[in-house]
Structure formats: structure tokens, C-alpha cells
Design a protein around this ligand. Structure first.
Ligand code: GLC
Length: 789
């Protein structure tokens, strides 16, 4: 299916021909354009300027290097300096921190690596940063070529500042009192550790334990200098754009427990005229100095680095190969096939980090939803995520809203939807794979060590939600449902959520099916009855006249009503009413018309409108955002993907087309949109902001996994159901065909979809009645599907 089709250029860069790299060519796009690079344990965020930081296991609690989040300046982090030993000319191999006048500059963000290309002062440089696919090492491969035609003597200096703990820290002076650094000259390395980790620990007490890792920063080259103190390196009140040490021929190294801990490693590279020299740096982090040293010994070799980079590239190609789509829109294909899945896996599941947000924690609902990215390509990993989250539930059915791996600190809230996502994702796993044994997977409760089956976890979640239902039969909103910012609506446990009711109605239908398939007829009919009652209650109490209310406050006031001046309509309460068949056909049509009239802008579907313009204590912190920002009347891309699904379900191809174009970062005007053209932002400003259409909070967003699923299942319409694979496309106007290859139930399915005069579905040339392909009796074959609609 692969082809070379033109992707739209951006004013500040372009996609590579295969769409798998974004090449920033102008060092001054409107905002830092970043990459998030990770394996399952270590990673780093890096922008097109070179700024960023590194972590292990938890991007907030276990930051290895320090940086200052500052999107306007973006000149903080780990850098690589070059200096011409003859002329003294100094530059950095990324724009920051020196901002030398490059004759050529490119920053290539790819899957699992970023490469900076530069030409300045007669030296052409390529600096590639990546993590080994498996080991806890970050690798910097450097190639320097002389393009001046004379032999060159170039000093290269790698620089980073140790954090070795929680980041960001408002207590830098406190934190550094516990850090220790030391050189290991035989390894051309400096090492660092911290004797205090400022996280509370049940085991060791509050702030009374050491940071459990040691890092080593090493060069492949013989060192001509190593420095461990920041002021000694920069000079008094110096800055990273012109460190004094680079001009000094000899350094007085300062290591130990009493300095301001950095690592600067200098080496000298002799380059014959027109020749190329390769070198590298390794940042290894492990449980002990010995282990970090062993990693350095293995990886401080440019050949080993090259092999590791090849494995990174091959890994991503293979991971994303099994499920691909082709549509008439090559930009959408590059985003959905590759970039959003890379975003969901690397940034959301592994790194849990973006340039705008360093989380490190697992959000109970967040990473469960993200893990749906594995459903078609590695369903066992989705299943493992379900087990992981099940283990963060209490016996009363409640769950941590989020928890930190490493310390297991968790946040208990009155948030009401979190616990239901376990059943949502487990049901999606079962529907995709047909494998109901996930119900028997075991995980213990936080307050009960004996393992319990996933079905037990899910049932306890349901029972808790059933118990927290208003007298009118609507689930309580507590301290928020999917929308975190509705944080005060129901803290007295009286406020209701119609969206939560709609979400629950879908789950009740799914679990009624599941219970019946595993022989729990009683539960199955109970769930079916509950669904019928819930749908009736939502329709009785939740209809505002032209759309559904969002909920009610503790004092009974409705939210999301045409009677109000602000926040009159909320998106999710309309889209999920359609998606989960809560709305009867006339109301579904009215919801869709209201979405079109009040929420659809060229920047996407707004989460609510009009925005709140002043704080309302009884609603929550959503009202405290400036109008048009994030959940407060912005396009919240996570929810905007559901709007695409709802429009497709309703058969509104025109709206599907508009919303797809609106969400596609590759086709935006960067001077209005600001955010990266290759990944999704969390939010785009709505019309109540002076910057309507401006994207922000990129990378760390639940929309990434969802966009892929929505395009596959709703736009192309290839949707696993309990008894087969439904093919029910809703292609935007102007698309006459699309295709997909995907695994399903042990076979590889090659599906061609085209518009035609009369609807027809064929599998391997044989007609199939209706639009659902039955589960094949014998798996293993390649099957061809032709769907004319
Ligand atoms: C953030 C949270 C997510 C929530 C969303 C909407 O992205 O991580 O859990 O659903 O905001 O408020």
C-alpha cells in the first residue's frame, strides 16, 4: 500500500516523503516543536531548539537532568557545544543555547529519534539523539564533516545539569545539597547520584530515602576536560550561550558533594580536510554505579550506537505495520497511521510526558484509553494495561484518579467515571479479540492483597456507580466525570451527570452481552434492565429542548441549558447520546444540528459554548480558565475525536469531512495554529479566545489513540462487533474510496471500500448479506474484502 504522495509543506518545515519524519527547517517556528522519545523505561523530551530533559521510569519524580520549562525562551537542557580550536569560533549543534548563524539548519523529528543538522564555520554536523529500544541508555551519535577543505581541530563539549529527582523543583538549592558527582576517567565518564529523593515514601518516611538510580554521562572519545560544577563551567553569572570554560585551555575539575552539579565532558576531534568523523555520548541510568558503568562500556561505541538506532527504526516500522489505512488524503494517512500511534505509545504510555506537561503518573482513565492503540496490533499489551489499572482499585470499587509508578502514591478523589473505564477497555478488548478470558485475569485490590478476577473488579466498579445514583436515576457527578474541570459540581453527592449516564448506558449494553456469554444470565438481564431504565431517565430529565443537559449541580441547577448565558451546550452530552443510542432518532438529529449550530468552528468542535467568563465556585476550576482555553470553550481534541465518531454514526459525511480537516495538524496555517504539524495538541483555542485556532499542550493528549480508532472504526467504518466485523463507512464528500489492512481474529484482512451505485459486501469474491462479516471458522488466511456503499 505504500506510495509516495505529497504531504503539505509547512512554512517552517516539511514532512519527509514517506511522512515518517518531520523536518523543521526554520529554527523559529511559533512555539517549540518537540519530539518525545522513549523506550518503556527511559526517555527525553526535545524540541527543535535542542532544549529538553531526560528521565527514568517516571518523567516527573525521576528526572535525570534538569531543565526550565519556558516555551517562550526554550533554551534550557542538555547541549552539545563545538569550538574551532584554531579560530575560537563557538557554536552548539542545535540552535540552543548559542543560536549561531547556521548556514544550514534542519531538525528531523522521527520515530524514536531526533537529528539536528547544521552547517556553520565550515563544519557540517549531524547530531542524533535516541534511546536504545531496551536498555536504560540515551545515546547521542555525532558526525562532523569538514566542508571548508582544510584540516580541522574541533573541540566538542557535552553538557547537562543533574536533577536526579523530582522535577520541576521549586527548591533547587535544597535539592542539590544531596547530590554527589564523581569522575570515572577509565570510562571517560562522570557519574551522579542523590542521597535524598523528595518524595514521600510509606517505606522510608517523608523525604528520607535516596534516589534509587545512578547515572553516568560518558563520551566515546578521550576527554580533554571534565567539569562537575555549574559556576565553574559557565563563569560567574555566565550563561549557557557562552560558557567561560569553553575558552579555557585547562579546567580545574570540581566534583563531589559540595558543588553545583553538572556534567561537562570535553574532547578534541581532528578532522582531515573533507573528511567525516563519528563520535558519541552515552547517558546511562541504572540501579547502581556498576550497572551504569556496564551500560557505558557497552554503548560508548559508535558502531554499537548505529546498530541500536537501526533497531529503534525497525521497531517502530514493525510495530505500526499490521494495521494501515489509505485514504485520498495523504496528510491524514501520515497522521493516523503513524504519528498519532507513535504519540500514543511513546508519549502517553511510555513517557507520560510532553513539552507542556510532565506527568510521569498513570491516569486511571487516561492510559486505559491510550492502551486501545494496541487493540489491533498487540492486544496483549492492552490487556496488560487493564490488569495494571485493576490493581489500583479498592474493594469498594473506587480507584486512584492517578498514581505514580515508583512511589505508588495515588490520588483518591470523588471523580466518578474513572472506575468505569476498566470495564470500557476490557469490553473493547473482548469485542476486538473475541477472547473473554480477560475476565479471569487476576489483580489484587489496594486494600485486599488476595488476587481477584477482572470481572470482579469491573462488577465492583459498576456496583459503586449504581449506588451513587440520584433519586431520579442519573449517576452522580461527584468531583467531575471525564471533564476534570467540573471539579465542584457534585462534591456534596447530589449533582448529576447526564454524560456519565450516557457513557454508562453503553457499558451496560456491552456488559449485558458479556455476562450472558460467560453464563451469568442474572447479571445480563439486570444490566439490560438497568440500561432501559437509565436511558428512560436520561430522556425524561436530561433533555433541554434542542440538546441534552450536561448535568445538574448539587443544588439542582442544570448545567448546559439554553436558559444560561454561558456554557449553554456541552459537546460530550450530545456525542455520547448518539454513540450509545441513548437519543431516539429525532433527538439524535436535533443533537447533531445543535452541535453544528453552536459548537462547530473551523478549528474543530468546541467542548462547550459560550465559554465561562468568571469563576463559579459551585461548578469547578473549568470556570477559572480564561475564556476559550482548554476545556473552557476550547476545542478539546480528545472530545473532538468523539464528535467525528458521532457525526459518522449519524451518517453526516459533510460534518465528518469538516471535523477531520479541522483536527488534522498537518494542514494548519502554522502562524495561526502554532503547535506542531505532526502530532495532536491537547487543545485549540476557541472563538472566545483572542487566539482562536491556536493549538497548545501538544503530545500529552488522549486524542492520539482515539483519533486512530475513530478514523478506522467510524470514518472507514471497519468496526469489530460481538458477532463480526462491521463495514459501514462514512467517507467525507469527495472521497470515492479508501482501503485498510488489519488483523482480525487470526486473519489479515485487506479491505477495499468504494462508492458505487448499489451497496455490496464481498469476502474473497463471495457476497455477504448486510454489512457485518461473520467471524471466520478458520483463521490464518489472508482475506480480501470489497465493500461498495
Ligand atoms: C485531561 C485529563 C483527562 C481528562 C481531560 C478532560 O486530559 O488527563 O483525564 O479526561 O483532561 O478534562
Amino acid at each position: 500500500m505504500s506510495q509516495v504522495r505529497r504531504l503539505p509543506p509547512s512554512r517552517y518545515g516539511r514532512f519527509s516523503e514517506d511522512g515518517r519524519e518531520f523536518v523543521v527547517t526554520d529554527p523559529r517556528p511559533p512555539r517549540p516543536w518537540a519530539n518525545v522519545i522513549a523506550n518503556e523505561r527511559v526517555g527525553f523530551a526535545i524540541s527543535h531548539t535542542g532544549s529538553g530533559f531526560s528521565w527514568i521510569d517516571n518523567s516527573q519524580l525521576a528526572a535525570v537532568t534538569r531543565w526550565q520549562q519556558d516555551l517562550a525562551v526554550d533554551r534550557s537542557g542538555k547541549f552539545l557545544y563545538a569550538r574551532d580550536a584554531e579560530t575560537g569560533a563557538t557554536w552548539s549543534l542545535s540552535p540552543a543555547p548559542v543560536w549561531a548563524p547556521f548556514d544550514h539548519y534542519a531538525c528531523r523529528h522521527g520515530f524514536g529519534y531526533t537529528t539536528f543538522e547544521s552547517v556553520v564555520h565550515g563544519i557540517e554536523a549531524r547530531w542524533t539523539l535516541f534511546c536504545d529500544p531496551v536498555e536504560t541508555v540515551e545515546l547521542w551519535k555525532v558526525e562532523l564533516s569538514d566542508v571548508s577543505g582544510r584540516p580541522r581541530s574541533i573541540e566538542i563539549c557535552g553538557f547537562l545539569e543533574w536533577c536526579m529527582g523530582v522535577s520541576p523543583s521549586p527548591r533547587r538549592e535544597f535539592q542539590r545539597l544531596f547530590l554527589e558527582t564523581w569522575p570515572d576517567s577509565s570510562r571517560r565518564a562522570v557519574l551522579a547520584r542523590s542521597r535524598m529523593w523528595d518524595v514521600p515514601s510509606d517505606r522510608y518516611g517523608h523525604w528520607n530515602t535516596g534516589f534509587p538510580y545512578v547515572s553516568a554521562f560518558a563520551s566515546t572519545e578521550t576527554l580533554t576536560g571534565a567539569q562537575g560544577d555549574k559556576a565553574a563551567f559557565l563563569g560567574r553569572f555566565g550563561d549557557t550561550d557562552a560558557p567561560e570554560a569553553l575558552r579555557q585551555s585547562a579546567w580545574t575539575p570540581l566534583f563531589g558533594r559540595h558543588e553545583d552539579p553538572i556534567a561537562a565532558l570535553r574532547c578534541r576531534v581532528e578532522i582531515p580536510a573533507r573528511a567525516v568523523r563519528a563520535l558519541g555520548f552515552v547517558l546511562a541510568t541504572a540501579a547502581s554505579a556498576e550497572e551504569a558503568g556496564t551500560l557505558v562500556d557497552r554503548f560508548a561505541d559508535t558502531g554499537v550506537m548505529d546498530a541500536s538506532l537501526s533497531a529503534v527504526r525497525a521497531g517502530w516500522t514493525e510495530r505500526l505495520a499490521a494495521h494501515r489505512m489509505e485514504t485520498p488524503d495523504p496528510a491524514l494517512d501520515a497522521i493516523t497511521n503513524d504519528w498519532v500511534r507513535y504519540q500514543a505509545i511513546a508519549a502517553r504510555l511510555w513517557a507520560r510526558c510532553g513539552h507542556y506537561q510532565q506527568s510521569g503518573a498513570f491516569g486511571f482513565r487516561d492510559q486505559l484509553q491510550d492502551s486501545q492503540v494496541w487493540l489491533t496490533i498487540a492486544p496483549e499489551l492492552c490487556r496488560a494495561q487493564v490488569r495494571l489499572h485493576a490493581g489500583r482499585q479498592f474493594v469498594d470499587g473506587s480507584v486512584y484518579h492517578w498514581w505514580h509508578p515508583l512511589t505508588e502514591q495515588g490520588h483518591v478523589t470523588k471523580m466518578t467515571d474513572d472506575l468505569l473505564w476498566l470495564g470500557f477497555v476490557a469490553a473493547n478488548f473482548a469485542r476486538e479479540t473475541g477472547d473473554l478470558s480477560i475476565l479471569d485475569d487476576a489483580a489484587s485490590y489496594l486494600d485486599e492483597p488476595a488476587p481477584a478476577a477482572v470481572s470482579d473488579h469491573v462488577l465492583r466498579a459498576f456496583r459503586r456507580v449504581f449506588a451513587r445514583t440520584s433519586p431520579r436515576g442519573i449517576p452522580l457527578i461527584g468531583a467531575g466525570d471525564w471533564n476534570d474541570g467540573l471539579s465542584a459540581m457534585g462534591v456534596e453527592e447530589r449533582g448529576e451527570s447526564f454524560w456519565l449516564g450516557q457513557f454508562l448506558a453503553g457499558l451496560l449494553a456491552d456488559w449485558s452481552t458479556i455476562w450472558s456469554r460467560v453464563g451469568h444470565g442474572g447479571l445480563s438481564s439486570e444490566f439490560a434492565d438497568r440500561r432501559t431504565e437509565l436511558v428512560a431517565a436520561i430522556n425524561r430529565h436530561g433533555w433541554d429542548g434542542a440538546w441534552y443537559l450536561r448535568g445538574t449541580l448539587d443544588d439542582g441547577r442544570p448545567l448546559g441549558t439554553s436558559a444560561d448565558r454561558v456554557a449553554r451546550i456541552f459537546l460530550n452530552a450530545q456525542t455520547w447520546a448518539i454513540l450509545n443510542d441513548v437519543a431516539p432518532p429525532d433527538r439524535a438529529a436535533s443533537c447533531l444540528a445543535s452541535i453544528r449550530e453552536h459548537l462547530v468552528t473551523d478549528a474543530g468542535a468546541l467542548l462547550l459554548a459560550p465559554a465561562f467568563d468568571s469563576p463559579v465556585s459551585e461548578i469547578g476550576y473549568i470556570t477559572r480558565y480564561a475564556p476559550g482555553l482548554r476545556e473552557n470553550g476550547g476545542v478539546y481534541t480528545h472530545a473532538a475525536t468523539w464528535a467525528i465518531a458521532a457525526a459518522a454514526k449519524a451518517g453526516d459525511a459533510d460534518l465528518v469531512g469538516r471535523l477531520l480537516t479541522a483536527i488534522n495538524p498537518a494542514v494548519k496555517d502554522p502562524d495561526r495554529y502554532f503547535a506542531e504539524p505532526y502530532v495532536l495538541p491537547g487543545n485549540v483555542d476557541g472563538p472566545d479566545s483572542p487566539h482562536h485556532g491556536r493549538g497548545a499542550w501538544s503530545w500529552y493528549t488522549g486524542s492520539a489513540a482515539w483519533l486512530h480508532r475513530v478514523v478506522a472504526e467510524w470514518v472507514l467504518g471497519v468496526r469489530p462487533e460481538w458477532d463480526g466485523l462491521r463495514i459501514e463507512p462514512c467517507l467525507p464528500p469527495g472521497w470515492t474510496k479508501a482501503s485498510m489492512v488489519r488483523p482480525w481474529r487470526g486473519s489479515t484482512w485487506e479491505i477495499e471500500i468504494e462508492r458505487g451505485p448499489s451497496a455490496r459486501l464481498e469476502v474473497d469474491g463471495a457476497p455477504v448479506r448486510g454489512s457485518v462479516i461473520p467471524v471466520p471458522a478458520a483463521p490464518g488466511a489472508r482475506r480480501r474484502v470489497r465493500a461498495v456503499f
